[in-house]
Design a protein around this ligand. Structure first.
Ligand code: CP
Ligand code: NVA
Length: 312
């Protein structure tokens, strides 16, 4: 059973293969030549948290490839409340071909995968956001050709998005920098794991507290919300800690002249990113959001056994 739960579960070759396929599928769609590679396949989308991009991009990915998608809201499913995760996984396995789930506890994604007889795709947990990272890597590839040797700098909270970005960047031979406030960085265990990816790929990881030092000479400046879903009660405290980590024009001016600015969205304009940067010439925010769909077409094809070969 092939799931898509964590970037760490895939080799650099597998990741590159999916990204290359994603770019091909994007070109096909732009030319009006999408193939029905997932004809008659149905994706169930299970959400415990709100979403715009993940919901619509997965739905459109399925439709574009000739399949269909079902949206299941938090109220309908009651993951682990109305019914056990193990039972939900086995029931859905009898109806649909693949499940994408957005959860709070990462263990819930692992539990779904444990009991499911169809592929499970992680559409974000409190721990990681691997589909986002694939779209991010695809966007950087599109811009620069390859990630190898590029410097990708994340400014802000060491959260789920930062973690998956670090994993994909170090898998693909780029240099990952993170500037986070004290006690808001990535965990030592996760950094240790990605350092091993970097050793294999020729990449590196550097941690900063000073965002200016981190931004200097970067190819990519990336940020995300200061308060993730589920941390709402910490919002006031975080609004006091994070202002020095705002991605504004002064910070972007320290990066390379051709640098791009990325954000997984939703953006909190005036907090982690200014309007000037989000709407400015370096911004790739909306291409990045669109690329969710193209990267996820490749992920869907990859996890569905037997379909992968037809797509190549
Ligand atoms: N980036 C992202 O996952 O957006 P949504 O929360 O809108 O799905
Ligand atoms: N870090 C954010 C990402 C949203 C797509 C969150 O978890 O809320």
């Amino acid at each position: 059973m092939k799931h898509f739960l964590d970037i760490a579960d895939f080799s650099a070759e597998e990741i590159r293969g999916m990204l290359t396929l994603g770019l091909e599928l994007k070109a096909e769609q732009k030319n009006g030549q999408s193939r029905p590679l997932l004809k008659d396949k149905v994706l169930a989308m299970v959400f415990q948290k709100p979403s715009l991009r993940t919901r619509v991009s997965f739905d459109m990915a399925m439709r574009t490839l000739g399949g269909d998608a079902l949206y299941l809201s938090p109220q309908e499913i009651g993951l682990g409340k109305r019914e056990s995760i193990a039972d939900i996984a086995r029931v859905l396995s009898g109806y649909v071909n693949v499940v994408m789930a957005r959860v709070f506890a990462h263990d819930h994604i692992l539990e779904l995968a444990k009991w499911s007889s169809i592929p499970i795709i992680n559409g974000l947990s409190d721990y990681n956001h691997p589909c986002q990272a694939m779209a991010d890597a695809l966007t950087i590839m599109e811009e620069f050709g390859d990630l190898k040797g590029r410097t990708v700098t994340y400014i802000g909270d060491g959260n789920n998005v930062a973690l998956s970005l670090m994993k994909v960047v170090t898998k693909l031979g780029a240099h990952f920098r993170i500037a986070a406030p004290e006690n808001f960085g990535l965990s030592a265990n996760d950094i240790e794991q990605s350092l091993q990816f970097a050793q294999l790929s020729g990449g590196s990881i550097t941690q900063f507290h000073d965002p200016s030092a981190a931004a200097e000479g970067s190819d990519v400046i990336y940020t995300d919300t200061w308060t993730s879903m589920g941390q709402e009660e910490e919002a006031k405290m975080r609004e006091k800690v994070f202002p020095p980590y705002q991605v504004n024009q002064t910070l972007v001016n320290l990066a390379k002249p051709q640098a791009i600015v990325m954000h997984c969205l939703p953006a909190h304009r005036g907090q982690e990113i200014t309007d000037e940067v989000a709407d400015g010439p370096h911004s790739r925010l909306f291409i990045q959001a669109e690329n969710r769909m193209h990267a996820q077409k490749a992920i869907l094809i990859n996890v569905m056994n037997g379909i992968e070969d037809d797509a190549k």
